[in-house]
Design a protein around this ligand. Structure first.
Ligand code: MN
Length: 230
């Protein structure tokens, strides 16, 4: 089975619980729409868990992008002081920064900003669209748009794409008042196939009070949730 989630925000225990909830195994694939780090306590631990899982694929969110901007600035200031730079990067994470090593920094830097499969597109915040809600060519887009966009999430914006677009970035409770995955069906569609949806909002606000994490199964269009208190 193929699953998609987003904005885990350093909730290591919740992510492990979610994998158990869906009986995630070697034949399954999990895609994560960025913002693995920050807000919670286990940024580095969570990233390092994901690094070790070949069937988990991650893209960058604005939190990874912001971390990298800090890293690039430090390297510009002190291009040869690798130990000093790593120390400062470790200080970026208040709780488990001491775990940060160069492999993890390189892994974060190598993450893509967007990815596509045969039936969906995954991006952290949103895709640029024209006046007819058609996606503007991705080749010409600034990556900052993909991680910081605040337009694409609008409930009235239904992108005219062949593929379903998965995204996160904004906790769902700011949009619909609830911590849940928000699915936008195409006109007249039933909703039992991924092609029935034009976009699916994955950020359920994992780090907000009452911690919850959810994922969407691309194969059966079911949602799965885990809660901290379970
Ligand atoms: Mn974000």
């Amino acid at each position: 089975m193929v699953y998609v989630c987003s904005d885990i925000h350093a909730q290591y225990d919740l992510f492990v619980k979610l994998l158990a909830r869906i009986n995630f195994c070697n034949n399954d694939v999990m895609y994560i729409g960025g913002d693995v780090i920050d807000k919670g306590n286990d940024s580095v631990r969570l990233m390092q868990l994901i690094m070790k899982m070949p069937n988990v694929h991650v893209i960058k969110g604005n939190h990874e992008h912001d971390f990298l901007k800090y890293y690039w600035r430090l390297m510009k200031q002190s291009p040869t002081d690798f130990n000093g730079v790593l120390k400062k990067l470790q200080g970026y994470f208040a709780f488990d920064g001491h775990l940060l090593d160069w492999d993890t920094v390189d892994f974060i830097e190598a993450l893509p900003y967007c990815l596509q499969t045969d039936n969906f597109i995954l991006v952290h915040a949103g895709l640029p669209i024209d006046n007819n809600n058609r996606v503007v060519s991705l080749n010409s887009v600034n990556v900052e748009y993909l991680v910081y966009d605040r337009v694409f999430k609008g409930p009235n914006l239904l992108p005219q794409t062949d593929k379903c677009v998965f995204y996160g970035h904004t906790p769902s409770n700011y949009i619909c008042g609830e911590h849940k995955i928000i699915k936008y069906k195409r006109a007249g569609a039933i909703g039992n196939s991924i092609s029935d949806y034009c976009k699916i909002h994955l950020d359920v606000g994992s780090w907000i009070e009452g911690n919850i994490l959810g994922c969407f199964c691309v194969d059966n269009c079911k949602e799965y949730y885990v809660y901290e208190k379970d």
